[in-house]
Design a protein around this ligand. Sequence first.
Ligand code: GLA
Length: 413
Amino acid sequence: MLATVWIILLSSTLCKCLDNGLAKTPPMGWLSWERFRCNTDCVNDPDNCISEQLFQTMTDIVVADGYASVGYEYINIDDCWLEKHRSHDGKLVADRKRFPNGIKALSDYIHSRGLKFGIYEDYGNYTCAGYPGIIGYEEKDALQFADWNVDYVKLDGCYALPYDMDHGYSTFGRLLNSTGKSMVYSCSWPVYQIYAGIQPNYSAIQTHCNLWRNYDDIQDSWASVENIIDYYGNNQDVIAPNAGPGHWNDPDMLIIGNFGLSYEQAKTQFAIWSILAAPLLMSVDLRTIRPQFKHILQNRKIIAVDQDPLGIQGRRIYKHKGIEIWSRPIGPLYQNFYSYAIAFVNRRTDGTPSDISVTLKELGLINFSGYRVEDLYENVDYGVLYPNTKIKVKVNPSGVVMLKGEVQYPVDL
Ligand code: GLA
């Protein structure tokens, strides 16, 4: 008995992990960067500048327009919220004009609406947009975030040395933890190391961060989304196994509802992000989003795939002549047979839908008792199908068909 206690104590002291019990499923929320960038011009563009008003407005809409009720819960500030200099006693100060009531007041506002509050900083000397970074002030800043009742910290990696990140990111994670306030910790550690030609130590990263960026910033175009999809498909053997409850790969924000994606392409981004067990962070103007895009973002069935509690990241299982099939094992399980979410993606540009025919067996769905198959966008239930059943889907150019196959138990059970 004593030996067991010692072993437990020893392992908890040896594992200097983040272990904050958060992000058991990928975080969902709203993040300013992709859509609002570093617009600091509140004089000429008061409705779109990075300001407390913008975050309050988005908070209100997330609650009023049904986003909160399908799971979006974080309202996250990105870059450009700071004054260019710290205070005389070394504290971070929010821009006095754009956040006239300070960060704690904004945090309180968001919490009072039942949501959670996220903030952005950078491990280096400066944030990517040139505001003060945390280096040299790590402990002070961690305490400051706790004081502001921050629930989520995105720590970027501009103006920092990628070789220092193994130490720096893990240390800051521990500092956040030791404040006693649990904060989701979003890291950019691997992406900057990859850019510098360093092979990231993903086993360390997943013990210290709740999520991390692996690749390029998303931009407002289908080309950018495709590029990210390719990266996660081409590198899935290295990347996918690192995801699981509490630790996720982050292919970057959802750009659904902005200027660059068609309706079909927006559906594809949402489907693939859910297969990837990605954080669902919308970066869109929720004041003007068209209903069809809002509908995609609020698709409960696809959100349930993303949020599947098993937390297994899916993979690209087929890629040929512009047709891709992506698959993710999800619950429920029967013995060792999983249920699956399957996304059929048409990357072709010949302007007519492509037919894809495949048996369930070819998709890896081999349980003899079959699977209840439904279409997650069209709300069509195909009933119970079996491993030898051939299914045929018609996929629009740059679009997706997304199915779920729920494993069936033998009838005599
Ligand atoms: C980097 C990050 C982006 C965003 C900007 C802000 O490029 O990857 O997500 O936070 O910095 O400057």
